[in-house]
Design a protein around this ligand. Structure first.
Ligand SMILES: [Zn+2]
Ligand SMILES: [Zn+2]
Length: 134
């Protein structure tokens, strides 16, 4: 019994650390990058534990999971849907800090869907990659 409760406490501490580290950055890190950040605080944590906790947190809407098929999943400590910019050259993902009009939800309604959220991602070339090509 005592061992069980110890295990639970340790798991929640790992989860809290993962969440706290993710919320510190605006870089939308991959699971591997989150692992590198968390390992500085919890040197014994495994990559599998980081993956499992990120899955858990994103399935409960505590963090956002970004990225579709063919791209590495990235994680965002801001759970509210917000528009992103992704660089097709270096893969960086940034929050779009400019007001935009989100697409109307009428299209989904016409198809009989109830919209839960709308993910907006612009794909382009970031200024640093554009400059390095000149
Ligand atoms: Zn770039
Ligand atoms: Zn974001």
């Amino acid at each position: 019994m005592a061992i069980e409760s110890n295990k639970t406490v340790r798991l929640s501490r790992q989860r809290e650390t993962i969440l706290a580290e993710l919320r510190k950055v605006k870089t939308h890190p991959t699971a591997d990058e989150v692992y590198d950040m968390v390992r500085r605080i919890l040197p014994r944590i495994s990559l599998g534990t980081v993956y499992r906790n990120l899955d858990f947190l994103s399935s409960r809407g505590v963090v956002l999971r970004l990225g579709g098929a063919g791209t590495q999943k990235r994680f965002d400590g801001t759970p509210e849907p917000h528009p992103h910019l992704r660089c097709s050259e270096c893969g960086r993902v940034e929050d779009l800090m400019a007001p935009i009009h989100l697409p109307s939800l009428a299209a989904e309604e016409a198809m009989g869907y109830t919209s839960l959220r709308c993910d907006v991602e612009f794909v382009g070339i970031c200024p640093m990659c554009a400059n390095s090509k000149m």
